[in-house]
Write a protein that binds this ligand. Structure first.
Ligand SMILES: *Cc1c(COP(=O)(O)O)cnc(C)c1O
Length: 379
C-alpha cells in the first residue's frame, strides 16, 4: 500500500501529462512560457481571487508575503506551534520574531483564544510590534477565518493564509487560499494539488500587493527584468510544472477533491465500525470542507502511537507522524526550554498523532484493510 499514490495518479493522467510535457519541450519556452500565465488565471478563477502569482515553492510564496509587507526586525508574527517548519522559518528569515501559538485539539488549527492572549502579552511587553498571523490550513482543513478576521481587525494585524496543505478546502462554499490578506500554497508533489517537482503560488485581491509579489519573484524587477528597484528572489514557477499543473488542476476540480472526501467518509465509517471510540478521528466543523492533505487520527500517548505505527509497518501499511516536535522546541529558533506561552495542546498532539495512507485513488478495500489492521492491533 502507498501512503500517497502519485504513480497511480500519473497512470490515470498519463496521456495528458505526457503531451503537456512534450509540448513544453517542443516550445523552447522553458521559463515564463504561456502555460504559466494560463495556469495563474485558472488558479485565481478556481480560488476566487483577483490575482495569482506563481513562484518556485510554497516557502518562497510565504517569504514573498513577508517581503511585500516589509516585515522585519522588531516585528512579531504569530505562527501555530503545530505545523511544518516553513510557516515559522520565513518569519525568522525576514528578521522578525515568530511567536508560537497553541492549536485546538480537534481541528489541529491555530487557537484563536491563545492567539489573542499572546497578542495582548506582546503588546503589553512593548518589545515587538505585532504585524501578522500565519494561519495554516493544516492537513487540508481551513483555519477558523471568521474568528481570525475579528482578531486581526481588533489588533490591526494582517492574515497570511498558509494554504500549502489547504488548497481545495472550503468554508461555506468559499475556497481556501482566498481568506488571507495574502494567501499562499505549495505544489510540492504530495500536497493536495502537486506538480512534479517544486512549485508554489501567492493569492491576493490587492492590486498593489500583486504587483509587489510579481516584482519580488523576479529579482525585484521594475519596468523590466534588468531594471531592479528592490531586493527580491529568483522564484519563478517552471513552465514545465505549470503545464503539468494545468492537467492536474482539471483532475483535481473534476473529481479528485470529491474522491478524496469519499475516502475520508469511508475511513470515518470503517474506523468507527472497527474501533468505536478507541481512537480520535479527524473533526471537520459544520460548513467546512477539507482537501485531506492528511487523514490524521489520535492515539492515547506516544508509546501507544509509536507501537501502532510499528505494528502497521509490519502489516505493510505505511503511516507518518506529522509532526513529532512543536515549533517552539525546534533548535533553529533558539528558544527551546525558555518558551513562556502555553502550547500544551501541541505537545499532546505531537505525542498522539498518526497520519494514515490517504489519496483520491485509494480503494474501499484499502481503507478497510487499514481499519481492520488498526482493530487487530488495538483491540
Ligand atoms: C509544505 C508546506 C510548506 C512549504 O511548501 P514547499 O513548497 O515545500 O516550500 C509551507 N507550509 C506548510 C504548512 C506546508 O505543509
Amino acid at each position: 500500500m502507498e501512503f500517497r499514490d502519485l504513480k497511480k495518479q500519473y497512470e490515470v493522467l498519463k496521456k495528458d501529462i505526457d503531451s503537456a510535457m512534450i509540448d513544453v519541450a517542443a516550445s523552447g519556452k522553458y521559463i515564463n512560457g504561456p502555460w504559466v500565465k494560463e495556469l495563474e488565471a485558472q488558479l485565481a478563477d478556481y480560488v476566487g481571487v483577483k490575482h495569482c502569482i506563481s513562484c518556485a515553492n510554497g516557502t518562497d510564496a510565504l517569504s514573498i508575503a513577508m517581503m511585500a509587507w516589509g516585515i522585519r526586525e522588531g516585528d512579531a508574527v504569530f505562527v501555530p506551534d503545530f505545523t511544518f517548519f516553513s510557516s515559522g522559518e520565513i518569519v525568522s528569515l525576514a528578521g522578525a520574531t515568530p511567536i508560537f501559538v497553541d492549536v485546538d485539539m480537534d481541528t489541529f488549527n491555530i487557537s484563536t483564544e491563545s492567539l489573542e492572549k499572546e497578542i495582548v502579552q506582546v503588546k503589553e511587553e512593548g518589545l515587538l510590534t505585532p504585524k501578522a498571523v500565519v494561519a495554516v490550513d493544516l492537513f487540508g482543513l481551513p483555519a477558523d477565518f471568521a474568528s481570525l478576521r475579528a482578531i486581526a481587525d481588533k489588533y490591526d494585524i494582517k492574515i497570511l493564509e498558509d494554504g500549502a496543505q489547504g488548497f481545495g478546502g472550503e468554508i461555506e462554499g468559499r475556497k481556501a487560499c482566498s481568506f488571507g490578506d495574502i494567501s499562499t500554497t505549495s505544489f510540492f508533489p504530495a500536497k493536495p494539488l502537486g506538480c512534479y517537482g517544486d512549485g508554489g503560488a501567492v493569492f491576493t485581491d490587492d492590486d498593489e500587493i500583486a504587483a509587489l509579489a510579481d516584482s519580488i519573484r523576479v529579482h525585484g524587477k521594475g519596468s523590466m527584468k534588468y531594471d531592479n528597484v528592490r531586493i527580491g528572489l529568483n522564484s519563478r514557477l517552471d513552465t514545465l510544472q505549470a503545464a503539468i499543473l494545468q492537467v492536474k488542476l482539471k483532475a483535481f476540480s473534476d473529481y479528485e477533491l470529491d474522491d478524496v472526501n469519499k475516502v475520508a467518509d469511508k475511513y470515518n465509517e470503517y474506523l468507527r465500525e472497527a474501533l468505536g471510540d478507541r481512537v480520535v478521528l479527524p473533526f471537520i466543523p459544520e460548513g467546512f470542507l477539507s482537501s485531506w492533505a492528511q487523514y490524521t487520527i489520535q492515539l492515547k500517548d506516544r508509546a501507544e502511537r509509536d507501537a501502532v505505527q510499528a505494528a502497521l509497518k509490519e502489516k505493510g501499511i505505511p503511516s507518518m507522524i506529522y509532526y513529532p516536535k512543536p515549533m517552539h522546541k525546534q533548535e533553529a529558533f533558539g528558544i527551546e526550554g525558555e518558551y513562556k506561552f502555553d502550547c500544551s495542546n501541541t505537545e499532546k498532539l505531537c505525542d498522539r498523532v498518526l497520519s494514515l495512507p490517504m489519496h483520491p485513488h485509494m480503494s474501499d478495500e484499502e481503507v478497510k484493510e487499514v481499519a481492520e489492521a488498526l482493530a487487530e492491533i488495538l483491540l
